[in-house]
Design a binder for this molecule. Structure first.
Ligand code: HEC
Length: 256
């Protein structure tokens, strides 16, 4: 009898104490706001574009058959990525706290760039070979795959494009991406370069999603421009794209 009374009185109190303790043991910093997530997405897509820009700017050098060592080591590409990052943001690249999601995603992306460049050395340094197929979009795909593997389950990145323009099936937009591209990015009133964010599912999981539109520049049209269907230098078919037209998008995900 007395024992029962003891339990009925103290158990709810103990349980309440335990629940209260949960609030104190989980650091408040783990609850990221949508603004925090947007900032992380902006940081990661900025580094991603900065690195791809290094490979874009080095195309002539990479495809120079008369040269062996191109000087594009992992360290060199990361250093140039940081220069591009500074040009884009006005500030120095800075690693965030290693315990934070920002720090973890930064490290995952830098490591991915390093691995892609280490693996590419024998291809890009081959003397006597011209066109090597080490294109910005291919580099971007490999960098994204490496990032996704490194940060598995926490975040995700992908280069995609309007459905009708996709060359590599692995880059096809998912339903959400296709919808934002067709209904928002392609609408006349959509502000250029504006990022769209939304809480939506990704691969069946609840997620925070961010997508950034990209447009064809003059240099892109050598391969993606007119006349539609004509072969570009890589052997692929030109899309018939026009200057300033929406040509792609970078999609970024943080899982809840
Ligand atoms: C030398 C030719 C060439 C140039 C120049 C070029 N691209 Fe591409 N691009 C390709 C090829 C080839 C692919 C397919 C890559 C693959 O197989 O993964 C591709 C893929 C892409 C993709 C990924 C979607 C897809 O189709 O699989 C995007 C987005 C893209 N290009 C945008 C651009 C933009 C924007 C520029 C200019 C800044 C550009 N490209 C310049 C040849 C080129």
């Amino acid at each position: 009898m007395g024992r029962n009374r003891y339990f009925t009185k103290t158990l709810p109190f103990g349980l309440a104490l335990f629940i209260v303790s949960l609030f104190f043991s989980v650091p408040a910093a783990t609850a990221l706001s949508d603004a925090d997530k947007t900032a992380i997405g902006t940081e990661i897509t900025t580094i991603y574009r900065a690195a791809r820009g290094v490979i874009a700017k080095s195309q002539k050098l990479i495809n120079d058959a008369s040269k062996g060592d191109k000087g594009l080591s992992a360290d060199a590409v990361i250093a140039k990525t940081k220069e591009n990052y500074k040009k884009a943001t006005g500030g120095d690249f800075k690693m965030a706290d290693a315990g934070s999601l920002k720090g973890q995603t930064q490290a995952a992306l830098i490591d991915a760039i390093k691995n892609v460049m280490n693996d590419a050395q024998s291809l890009i340094n081959e003397k006597g070979k011209g066109l090597k197929g080490f294109l910005p979009a291919i580099f971007a795909k490999q960098m994204g795959d490496g990032f996704n593997k490194n940060i598995s389950g926490k975040a995700y990145i992908k280069l995609t494009a309007p459905k009708s323009y996709v060359r590599n099936r692995a880059n096809r937009p998912d339903k959400w991406e296709a919808n934002v591209i067709e209904k928002m990015f392609k609408s006349a009133g959509y502000e250029k370069n504006k990022v769209h964010t939304e809480n939506a599912k990704h691969k069946g999981k609840d997620a925070f999603r961010l997508i950034l539109p990209e447009y064809y520049k003059k240099a892109c049209l050598n391969c993606h421009g007119e006349p539609k269907g004509e072969k570009d230098i890589t052997g692929g078919k030109k899309e018939g794209g026009k200057l300033g037209e929406l040509g792609g998008a970078i999609s970024f995900v943080i899982y809840n």
